[in-house]
Design a protein around this ligand. Sequence first.
Ligand SMILES: Cc1cc2nc3c(=O)[nH]c(=O)nc-3n(C[C@H](O)[C@H](O)[C@H](O)COP(=O)(O)OP(=O)(O)OC[C@H]3O[C@@H](n4cnc5c(N)ncnc54)[C@H](O)[C@@H]3O)c2cc1C
Length: 429
Amino acid sequence: MSDALWGIKRQKPIRVCAKSQKPPHERASMSNTDIANPTEEHAMLREMVRDWTKEYVEPQAHQHDKEEKFNLPLLRSMGELGLLGISAPEEYGGAGMDAVACTIVHEELSASDPGFTLAYLAHSMLFVNNLAYNGTEEQKQRILPKVCSGEWIGAMAMSEPDAGTDVLGLTTSAVQQDDGTWVLNGRKMWITNGCIDEDGTPADVVWVYARTGEDERGRVQLSTFLVEAGMPGYSVGQKIYDKTGMRASNTAELVFDDCVVPAANLVGEVGGSMRHMMGNLELERLTLAAMSLGIARRSLDEMNRYATDRTSFGSKIRDFGQIQRHIGESFAKYRAMRAYVYDTANNLTIGTAGQRLDSDGVKLFATTAAKEIADAAIQVLGGYGYVGEYHVERLWRDSKLLEIGGGTLESHQKNITRDLFKDGEAINR
Ligand SMILES: Cc1cc2nc3c(=O)[nH]c(=O)nc-3n(C[C@H](O)[C@H](O)[C@H](O)COP(=O)(O)OP(=O)(O)OC[C@H]3O[C@@H](n4cnc5c(N)ncnc54)[C@H](O)[C@@H]3O)c2cc1C
């Protein structure tokens, strides 16, 4: 086992600390046909995260869902493992790993607790990765070590009460003052990690998209700001309760009321949001698909074991053709999901845009497949499948969010059809 990774079998945890991202063409030359574990490093990462999940994530999942509570200490503890900055460069406290590694971590965590995994995704993909690839040098040096260690918890705020899919319809505004500072006004809705506890404590730092005017062609100009806890005018409007699923993650409304943000907290250029937003959305969609894969794998595993244990009419229920249909079709769907998820992951280079066709495609396919497999699992487990102790009803509820968050199914259908209009040859390549 290489020293590069935290070895679960060691006495003392050693951080994930991989080499820099290998470009896809280099990895493709390796003679390894397991696309879910293309290198030894990836296989070790999977083993480590799987073992850690079993020990620390699984035992708390049901209770946190039931109580609608986010396990903040557990998320923070992932900093010691090097997982909070999985894709951030090592020089800022990250692990410098690639899209396949990000996919592995989301899949493994989600097989036990998709709600907790969503909080991890909001922190590590929506905030940390965004900053690592798009922040200024000063921003990266000041903030990345804190979010990679877990000292600070991050969030990303795009959606608003009146604008979700229609990103250019967002109305939160940012106006620059004579002294260079920016004043933000508006509300953000549905923000994962927007508050980090039951007392309404806001996230330590939020990646906020705001409208800063129009360009010379009259198009809406969006700019990105880092809003930090303690900045005047930044607060939590409400923690959103009673969600269908993902109840182990906190979702909040954020309020920016004449919120003063220093000039140094503008990310990139004024009006530059679309450039980095699109690249990061691809990784977000891939990792949401990876979460679906974790849900599917666990659901399949639960239904398969139950079908052996349960007897009815003197036979194991797995001997009944209708149960075989649930198991057989779920297995085939799961394997197809796995192939598409890891094919996309192996071809996605973090920090660049251009993989939208597959990042939309894989999320479109995998999220609904996960929901269907979790549904089949409930059916196979009968009455037991309908109660929390048996996990699959939670996985089913959690899976529904994946058809909405990070882009709705309809937005993926729209994007794919638009991209195939521009480049129909993508089908034949
Ligand atoms: C638990 C949870 C966590 C979330 N976390 C975050 C987060 O951390 N950060 C963040 O910014 N957002 C977050 N979101 C918001 C999420 O990304 C949005 O809910 C999602 O993008 C959809 O936006 P909307 O809810 O405004 O729905 P709308 O955009 O209003 O859509 C409503 C319906 O209309 C359809 N529709 C809209 N436009 C079109 C069109 N052009 N063609 C066809 N159909 C269309 C949609 O597909 C949908 O079916 C979260 C949401 C939830 C529920």
